[in-house]
Design a protein around this ligand. Structure first.
Ligand code: PLP
Length: 407
């Protein structure tokens, strides 16, 4: 294949659409000059919550902040700074960063190689008197073993917070990821299934947690109504001065907060994308399953995940694991894919032992063999809604050509 031929096809990792509805809402918002968080953000929150079957949701400025703020809710339930949160060793680094930024200590547990998710059999050994929560990650949209995780949490009195950043549309025993625990944190970053450009959202099961999150995203204010007349219309708000001593609750700070609001322009992009929610999910899931269902042909050199009967994988991406014992390397496969126009991402890394930022926690290489294996040998590629089944065939042919040459 010549170089020109090689570069003709582009299988990008992500895609972005600004639907007509978004353009119209953006134009209206700009004309009204009301761009900071207001009625479109509220509309986005209720539409998102309805689509995933959650009672409510609170939008924030990134998926990382969704993780951080969801974790910070723990303080209202009695957690203390430095308490411990169980997380899988393998995830995008934001999961571990979020635990630290929320003021907790991440305690890492290795993953199961078949599912890429936290190995539930190892969770109990990682608990201590300071453990407050478990944060499973539905990595690559594959739901974690939530029944087992919730059972452990219930037994030990822990909160469960799902990192559902990659799991829009994932279902576990008929329910959506993000509604399987007390709180669920989603990313709305461009490469994710539903996007606002940059953004995140926390799905919430009760109004108490929604209020805490609304306070947390706005500096920890005591002012945390669902509908804010001040933000939306600069109207007089009687509630503001209604406390016993007449103090302004907008400048009363109840907790250590963050500055993490979504703005109206981002919500407008999200609302347009939500209109096509089912279609986006279906297209991506078809692309994903087209490859997963045919992946055995690459055995024993390459492996991936599979969809079990109790679940639907949220169609984020195709994970590919280069089986080291066969002599094939991830580096060689990556170069081959990229040279043929297929964008790659690594399958992340073992946060505690392969990400230097976590070295100070004192973990040592070898403690998380499965996560570390993925960190050395895993990659993932896109399945987005602008790709076709023919594109997926091209991906498989490109993989096959590589193996023909290399094996
Ligand atoms: C598992 C996981 N958690 C958290 C995040 C953070 O999301 P964001 O990039 O929107 O901050 C990501 C983003 O890719 C992710 O994959």
């Amino acid at each position: 294949m010549s170089n020109t031929e090689k570069n003709e096809k582009r299988i990008t990792f992500g895609t972005i659409h600004i639907p007509d509805l978004s353009k119209q809402l953006i134009a209206e918002t700009l004309a009204a000059t009301r761009i900071s968080s207001g009625k479109l953000v509220r509309r986005f929150e209720s539409s998102f919550a309805r689509l995933i079957g959650a009672p409510t949701a609170v939008a924030v400025s990134s998926g990382t902040d969704a993780d951080i703020l969801a974790l910070a809710v723990l303080y209202d339930y009695g957690a203390k700074r430095g308490d411990e949160v169980i997380v899988p060793a393998l995830s995008f680094v934001a999961t571990g960063n979020a635990v630290l930024h929320a003021g907790f200590t991440p305690v890492f547990v290795d993953i199961d190689r078949k599912t890429l998710n936290i190995d539930v059999g190892q969770i109990e050994a990682a608990l201590s008197p300071r453990t407050r929560a478990i944060m499973p990650v539905h990595l690559m949209g594959k739901p974690a073993d939530m029944d087992a995780i919730n059972a452990i949490a219930e037994h030990y009195g822990l909160m469960v917070i799902e990192d559902a950043a990659e799991a829009h549309g994932a279902k576990y025993k008929g329910r959506d990821a993000g509604t399987l625990a007390q709180l669920g944190a989603f990313s709305l970053y461009i490469a994710h299934i539903i996007t606002t450009g940059e953004g995140g959202i926390v799905s919430v099961q009760n109004e108490k947690d929604a209020e805490i999150l609304r306070s947390l995203r706005s500096h920890g204010r005591a002012c945390k109504c669902k509908v804010c007349t001040l933000n939306a219309a600069s109207k007089y708000c009687a509630k503001r001065f209604d406390s016993k001593d007449g103090e302004d609750i907008r400048f009363t700070f109840e907790r250590v907060g963050y500055s993490s609001k979504m703005n109206e322009l981002e919500a407008a992009i999200g609302l347009g994308n939500l209109e096509n929610y089912d279609e986006i999910l279906e297209k991506r899931h078809d692309n994903l399953m087209h490859v997963l269902d045919r992946f055995d042909r690459f055995s024993p050199y390459l492996s991936t995940i599979s969809e079990a009967s109790h679940e639907t994988i949220g169609p984020h991406a195709i994970p590919i694991i280069v089986e080291a014992s066969t002599g094939i390397t991830r580096a060689a496969l990556t170069v081959h894919l990229e040279a043929h126009g297929i964008e790659t991402r690594t399958l992340f890394a073992s946060m505690p032992t392969q990400c230097p930022g976590f070295a100070y926690l004192g973990y040592r290489e070898g403690q998380f063999p499965n996560a570390e294996y993925m960190g050395r040998n895993g990659l993932h590629i896109g399945v987005h809604q602008d790709l076709t089944l023919e594109d997926m065939d091209y991906v498989m042919e490109t993989l096959a050509a590589f193996l023909d040459r290399a094996s």
